[in-house]
Design a protein around this ligand. Sequence first.
Ligand SMILES: *Cc1c(COP(=O)(O)O)cnc(C)c1O
Length: 428
Amino acid sequence: MAEGLLDEKRPLAGFLDADGIRDSVDSLRAAFAPRPGVRVLHTFAAKAGSLIPVLRLLADCGMGCEVAGPGELRLAVEAGFSPAHIVLDSPAKTRDELRLALALGVAVAADGLGEIRRIEELRSPGSPSVLGLRVNPQVGGGSIGATSTATAASRFGVALRDPGARERVVRAFAERPWLTRLHTHVGSQGGSLDLIAAGIAETYRLAEEINSSLGTHRVAGIGIGGGLPDDFADDEARPDFAEYAAALRAAAPGIFDGRYDLVTEFGSSLLAGNGFIGARVEYTKDAGGRRIALTHAGAPIATGTVFMPAASPLRVGAFDEAGRPRGGPPMVQDIAGPCSFTGDIVAHTRKLPELREGDFVTLQDTRGYHFSTPWAHNSLPRPAVYGFAGEAGGLRFAPVREAQSLDSVAAESGLRQADALTGLHGRH
Ligand SMILES: *Cc1c(COP(=O)(O)O)cnc(C)c1O
């Protein structure tokens, strides 16, 4: 607020802690500390922070990038990741997307046997792309259905326990010497470490089965996905990367013995704790015995939170109009957003010091999935995002994304084609 980044005219902004993100990468690296001969490529799942400066920071930390779709692939290239450190994972890749990935030399995880046939058609013999197949170990879902990917009927990868599926996968590898990697991602959020480790262990067993049936070390790498669940309770991440690696080592010790290259794809957990939203309280009101603070932080910037509130119980901080923490006895309040639908509430029945018009709230633990993936409901403009580094007193800020202008909202909403429909006549 002292920098003028949040005020009445700028009532909403996202903030990212650059030092914190570097620390998270360090702790991921330490958890997978190289054992002799084990090569680990840590990629960042771009969807968790799809802003080019965020991706470039992670590239600068030596990470690779996991992308789903042509938009994320473009962002990863613009951010400066070398193609050899990019993994394309989307479930519905077009021929054009595959052609581009193969031409760049990006690794591709085919989502099914149909896609393997397409890659076979498109690849040139000397293609530098590492090519693999995504499998679904069907170990079951976590506590959040919408983000669980290893359920029996999940739409991702080849469902390994379906009749005949394992045999078909082994045959696909037998017939195609260019297939050298298996890939899995058990789910994002809501999966226990044991569930995630069980899914990866199952994928490891399949790699062993393929290699022993082919009599060669054909599957040379395993993509183990991301999905470390976020912890919304406080600033410590629990479980952390070290606990994750320990669970994996216990479930599949062979995965660390140097015979397999590993690719991780953490997203959310690398940004968790490293971002927050600041939002002005525009009004307060009482309805049905409930106090409601009407803010600008709602579904457009915290879409997942609004639609699955139990899955991301964000911590809320209360500050006065000068940015000082609000004191006073706790009072039950809803923190509502600006959208014109009833459910636009980012925090339900929270006990906070009484908020007043002109106050600010912070939503902690918000990060990429929040402000980098805005939802254009009510044509609300995207807020600015800033990075920061340093300590209180000596904080430095840098713009990561500018606030969207109303000109840009109008342009994105077809301003140039304004007459498209009035000028279109069929029966009239
Ligand atoms: C979303 C996703 C990830 C990252 O999940 P997080 O929960 O953010 O760690 C990794 N791999 C794939 C294939 C994904 O779809």
